[in-house]
Design a protein around this ligand. Structure first.
Ligand SMILES: Nc1ncnc2c1ncn2[C@@H]1O[C@H](COP(=O)(O)OP(=O)(O)OP(=O)(O)O)[C@@H](O)[C@H]1O
Length: 805
């Protein structure tokens, strides 16, 4: 770029910066002023209103003044919100107002427009000229989708075609241009190079300046009900998902609020890792949760749910015994479509017989027995759905409770209780007996007049039957309060013994066949039954039982839904079962779904393929409503690391490294654990000295993490952290972490603690090792105290260096 051109750009930047400053300066007093005004207005609300009710006209006038005052206040508050938002986004623009420019000549026009793109828009005072365009505007997609030449973009009014004459990128800091690139093919590899060669951070960064074309397609996809993104490790799935949230919030800003979007994350630490991207883009965070949290919420507190991390820990660490085999078979079966069908058949069977209820008890007495409930239930029209009959049953129970409550008022314990009431309860009843005495002066005056007009006195404690009425009311209250929990239980449908019903499926094989009409029963069914029941007897639930349990519950009780949510994002989507997708779909009937995942990283026992003809996910909403986007470029790791990790996968997954170079992965074999730890610590020190400050020692399991942590600590490793499933915030530093908790996160350097066949020997371990290694951005080391894992042994020697011991 010649100096003159650079100079011209800097001058333009200076002009924009000046205008930004001026606008911020203008807004500042207005923003603070408006805020003070609104507060003042709220404080003095009643002073501005003269309440006069002496005549109808006065009354009406008072009413209108109040309404007017409220409208003024709400308008001030709205204006304040808008201006504050504007003021904030201008402040965000100030240090670096834009990152891109395109010159676009629209067909049919003879003058090309210079379009500068930044994190939000900045318009001249005239309201017509955009000094900066928000990256989410339709025209800005030119920047992401095209290189100079013929180009087009879509607007709500149709497609605009033309010619892109130039595409330029900027790195601006504190109002100074640090770098300028004229890009001709994709969005400047050079800028991307610079971004990617930086160190890992404790928080994910926004990528708006360098979004790639295929990522832009994900971000702006508006068509499908279900968008599936299958992308290799480090291809920017999570990044694209977060920018997509920002895009949706911008595009639908009048109708969509951040809390109408939910992101399902793989673990709590990931939540913390991604939580700053949207605020950085000036948007509020969407709701973030884990499926576990959701399942626990809907299960209620009666059952303790195993979490997926304990489940995977069991799978990875337990010995191969009959119990273990049965559990694995159980997990597989309980995730299958056959089991889903079995539950549906079971629900049908329950329509005819076998429902289980718990009686309604009160003070050691059975008010309504389970048998009564049962016969009432089966007295309803058998053609009605289970859930509808349950609804009728609930209504009936509430009615019965009202009748019983009425009777209960006469019970001797109620009379007893009357003597022990406190003053507050009396005061409450007094208030109720005098409830037609108004609190406000105006209203009381009105009531007095009314009394005179109707010539009817209001009731009073002077009345002869006051004491009797007081006692009645108090008794009524006492019983009502005692019955309240019963009513609540009925409303929550706790009279259905769902736990018993679920356990009932696991009685014995013959019963199961009858209830579920299932023909193919797992070989170790007896063992599976025993395990499931034992767990339930302890008021616990295996993780694999959680979704089927809730599914059965909903078949009986009716589906619970959340109609507020409009967009659901599922990250690490390969780790969810079809059962769980069905559940999420039902839970959020008005939402569109975006599922992001990588089958190469499917480390849980059961997983869902996201693409291909055999992907069950496509059946969720049907092919017509589903789009699939594949990402194959990997941005996280250096070329050498990607080439190494790619070979770890047995299939021919297409994974293309971004061309950023670094040292080849290092393999270090040591005689024993002690030597390995010493070597590892030395390497950590060397990596720190090189400037890397996010270093992870990755183990296969949590148990191994703990051992590694303790033994490394003994050797005096400073500030080492152990990451467990309880860890909720992600910080930079040196840490020991089991691979399944490092999902979705990245580190400058990754050290695989033990890459021997004992750790990664079975076919199931392949993806674990792959997932662990793909967390590395710049350096990857593998250590072993024995042989190398067969997956490492199979790699061509040209892909790695062998370290000195
Ligand atoms: N267009 C881009 N510009 C700059 N950086 C990018 C871009 N796309 C991805 N990256 C970077 O690549 C890294 C990986 O991105 P991200 O975590 O979104 O990938 P992922 O596909 O979700 O990975 P994984 O499945 O392995 O967890 C991040 O550091 C991200 O900032």
């Amino acid at each position: 770029m010649d100096a003159q051109e650079w100079q011209a750009e800097q001058e333009r930047l200076d002009r924009v910066t000046e205008k930004l400053k001026a606008r911020i300066g203008e807004l500042e007093p207005v923003v603070t002023g408006l805020s003070d005004q609104a507060a003042e207005l709220r404080r003095r609300f009643w002073e501005e209103v003269t309440v006069n009710t002496s005549s109808d006209e006065e009354f009406e006038e008072t009413f209108y003044t109040i309404k007017q005052q409220a409208a003024v206040l709400s308008e001030r508050e709205r204006r304040h919100r808008l201006l504050t938002q504007q003021w904030r986004s201008l402040n965000r623009l100030l240090p670096s107002p834009y990152f891109g420019r395109i010159d676009f000549l629209e067909d049919g026009l003879n003058l090309s427009e210079q379009i500068y793109i930044g994190v939000s828009s900045f318009v001249e005072q005239d309201g017509l000229h955009f000094l900066v365009y928000d990256w989410r505007t339709p025209i800005a997609s030119l920047y992401y989708d095209h290189s100079p030449g013929a180009a087009s973009y879509d607007t709500p009014g149709g497609r605009i075609t033309g010619t892109m004459e130039m595409k330029r990128q900027y790195q601006i800091q504190h109002g100074q241009i640090r770098n300028l690139f004229d890009a001709n093919v994709t969005i400047g590899d050079e800028l991307l190079q610079q971004m990617l060669s930086k160190g890992a951070d404790s928080q994910m960064k926004s990528i708006v300046a360098t979004i790639q074309k295929e990522q832009n397609a994900i971000i702006r996809n508006d068509r499908s009900r279900l968008l599936i993104v299958q992308g290799s490790a480090g291809s920017g799935k999570t990044s694209a998902a977060l920018q997509r949230v920002a895009y949706l919030l911008y595009k639908n800003r009048d109708t969509l609020k951040a809390d109408q979007i939910v992101l399902f994350s793989p673990n709590p630490i990931f939540n913390s890792y991604v939580s700053s991207v949207l605020p950085e883009l000036g948007e509020e965070n969407m709701q973030q949760t884990t499926l576990q949290e959701y399942l626990e919420y809907w299960l209620g507190s009666s059952l303790r749910l195993e979490d997926p991390f304990d489940q995977i820990e069991y799978v990875l660490t337990a010995q191969s015994t009959l119990d273990y085999e049965a559990r694995l078979q159980g997990m597989k079966y309980k995730a299958s479509e056959a089991f889903l069908k079995a539950l549906q058949n079971y629900a049908q069977w329950l329509g005819q017989e076998g429902m289980l209820f718990t009686g309604i008890r009160f003070q050691d007495r059975e008010l309504i027995s389970a048998k009564q409930i049962n016969s009432k239930f089966y007295s309803f029209d058998a053609s009605l759905r289970l859930a509808n009959r349950i609804e009728l049953l609930k209504k009936w129970l509430l009615k019965e409770l009202s009748l019983l409550e009425l009777k209960e008022r006469e019970a001797s314990w109620v009379k007893e209780d009357l003597h022990y009431l406190d003053n507050d309860q009396y005061a409450e009843v007094f208030g109720e007996l005098h409830k037609d005495r108004e609190v406000f002066d105006i209203a009381e005056r009105y009531a007095l007049i009314h009394e005179k007009i109707r010539n009817k006195r209001r009731e009073d404690e002077g009345d002869f039957d006051y004491a009797e009425r007081e006692e009645d009311l108090l008794s009524q209250k006492i019983v009502k309060v005692s019955f309240k929990p019963l009513r609540q239980k009925v409303k929550k449908l706790s009279f259905i013994d769902v736990q018993g019903l679920y356990a009932g499926l696991f009685a014995d094989e013959a019963a199961y066949r009858e209830k579920s009409k299932e023909a193919e029963i797992p070989v170790l069914w007896a063992e599976i039954c025993k395990q499931t029941k034992e767990k339930l007897d302890r008021q616990e639930l295996f993780y694999e039982d959680a979704t089927p349990y809730l599914y059965l519950k909903e078949l009986i009780e009716g589906v619970r839904t959340n109609t507020e949510i409009r967009h659901v994002f599922v990250d690490e989507g390969q780790d969810y079962l079809m059962f769980q997708y069905e559940y999420i779909k039902k839970l959020f009937p008005r939402a569109r779904m975006t599922v992001l995942g990588d089958f190469g990283q499917a480390i849980f026992t059961q997983s869902t393929k996201l693409q291909g003809a055999d992907s069950p996910l496509v059946r969720l909403y049907g092919e017509d409503e589903t789009s699939l986007i594949r990402l194959v470029r990997s941005y996280r790791s250096t070329r050498e690391i990607v080439e190494f990790t790619k070979e770890l996968l047995a299939d021919d997954s297409e994974i293309v490294p971004f061309d950023r170079s670094g040292p080849r992965p290092l393999l270090v074999r040591l005689e024993d654990g002690e030597k390995r730890d010493a070597r590892l610590l030395k390497d950590i020190e060397a990596l720190k000295a090189e400037g890397f400050d996010s270093i992870a020692v990755i183990t296969k399991t949590a148990a191994e993490s703990r051992t590694a942590f303790e033994s490394l600590q003994k050797q005096d490793c400073e500030a080492l952290r152990l990451i467990t499933k309880e860890t909720v915030t992600f910080q930079k530093g040196v840490m020991v972490v089991p691979v399944y908790l490092a999902k979705g996160i990245e580190f400058d350097a990754v050290l695989i603690y033990e890459a021997s066949p004992q750790a990664y020997g079975l076919e199931n371990d392949r993806k674990l090792l792959y997932t662990a290694c793909t967390r590395a951005m710049h350096r990857l080391h593998l250590y072993s105290t024995g042989e190398w894992s067969p997956f490492v042994q199979a790699l061509p020697a040209s892909l790695y260096e062998k370290g000195p011991n």
